[in-house]
Design a protein around this ligand. Structure first.
Ligand code: NAD
Length: 334
């Protein structure tokens, strides 16, 4: 096997850029796998939390990536990943593999990958699913796109964080599948919360509603792992922010539109889109998704008659029209 294709084994140096809800536990998994892990985050607090857990941090990007065989990014979105990669580029080892494990825009990922390939750097997209709990356990689902030889090199590192590792195809395909998964996941969340509100309004104990869903065909990830734990309990502490989920849905929608698939219209018309469309990309950063979605559905329930809500959900255009009327103060259901 040529040197370039050798798997990167412990105790090689791995750097994790972004020590937030996901980056911190994922970096800990890599360290448990025997790698020499360095973490970096713009936030002093995030670096301090990582150090308090026994992690080693670098004071700046240049020192963080120098000597790293693998550089992993776990950042809020693809634009921030691009900026971070441009910043680290002059300081990278020539044979370093950069792996973006954030949920980034697949088209932006392809473009960034082409630029990096022209400069001789290997770049992969390997977003994850499973949330903070599975990140801590090292049991995430990882969907990795890009050059097969580069994937072979980083596979042992990915295995420290994930239980299921899917090779999805060329660069960007992991990010595409991730966005589509989160679109489906958001649909399940909104449907479940909607059912909870209607059931509660009918006088049924919300815990009983969730028990029935989980023993029936309405079961999904949100009914099993989110409703009782984070919504009914009102702890709202799942570790996933609304702006990140809104970004994922926009990414799926933009992808469908960019490649001219008619599904774009279906995605846009869906209730999820109606819930998330009004959320500007940077709004409510850090707010818990479950709290805000719950509040949003409650607000819609209070504000609109049942019929008006269904009409509002029939198409994005009618939803936007209704929002316009609410803003203008002419919506009779306000
Ligand atoms: P987070 O906001 O908790 O963490 C992001 C971290 O990046 C923050 O600590 C921030 O200070 C840091 N950061 C921002 N810009 C930076 C820069 N230029 N250089 C260095 N650090 C910088 O977000 P998260 O929940 O950990 O999510 C990270 C990524 O993983 C996102 O793309 C998200 O969509 C995805 N994701 C999150 C979850 C989840 O459950 N939280 C699940 C799957 C995927």
């Amino acid at each position: 096997m040529p040197e370039a294709a050798s798997p990167i084994s412990p105790p090689a140096r791995v750097t994790v850029i972004g020590l937030g809800n996901m980056g911190r536990p994922m970096a800990a998994c890599i360290a448990r796998g025997g790698y020499a892990v360095t973490g970096f985050d713009l936030s002093q607090d995030a670096r301090a939390r990582f150090e308090a857990d026994g992690g080693r941090t670098a004071p700046d990007m240049a020192q963080a990536v120098a000597d790293a065989a693998v550089v992993i990014t776990l950042l809020p979105n693809g634009k921030i990943v691009r900026a971070a990669v441009e910043q680290m580029r002059p300081h990278l080892r020539p044979d370093a593999v950069i792996v973006d494990m954030s949920s980034s825009d697949p088209l932006g990922t392809r473009k960034l990958g082409e630029e990096l390939a022209a400069a001789g750097f290997a770049f992969l997209d390997a977003p994850v699913s499973g949330g903070v709990k599975k990140a801590a356990e090292g049991t995430l689902a990882i969907m990795v796109g890009g050059d097969a030889a580069a994937i072979d090199r980083v596979a042992p590192v990915l295995q420290t964080m994930g239980k299921s590792i899917f090779r999805t195809g060329p660069l960007g395909s992991g990010h595409a599948v991730k966005a589509l998964n989160n679109y489906v996941s958001a649909a399940g969340l909104v449907a479940a919360i909607e059912a909870l509100h209607v059931g509660k309004a009918f006088g049924i104990d919300p815990n009983v509603i969730v028990d029935v869903l989980n023993a029936s065909t309405g079961r999904n990830n949100s009914t099993e792992n989110k409703l009782k734990q984070f919504v009914i309990s009102e702890s709202y502490a799942s570790g996933f922010a609304l702006d990140l989920m809104a970004k994922d849905i926009r990414t799926a929608d933009d992808l469908a539109a960019a490649i001219g698939v008619p599904a774009a219209a279906a995605l846009a018309a869906h209730a999820d889109r109606a819930v998330f469309a009004p959320v500007p990309p940077d709004a409510a950063a850090g707010a818990e998704v479950w709290a805000l979605v719950d509040a949003e559905r409650e607000r819609m329930r209070r504000e609109a008659s049942f019929g008006a809500r269904w009409r509002a959900r029939l198409s994005l255009r009618s939803f936007r029209e209704r929002m316009r009327r609410i803003a203008a103060g002419t919506d009779r259901h306000r």
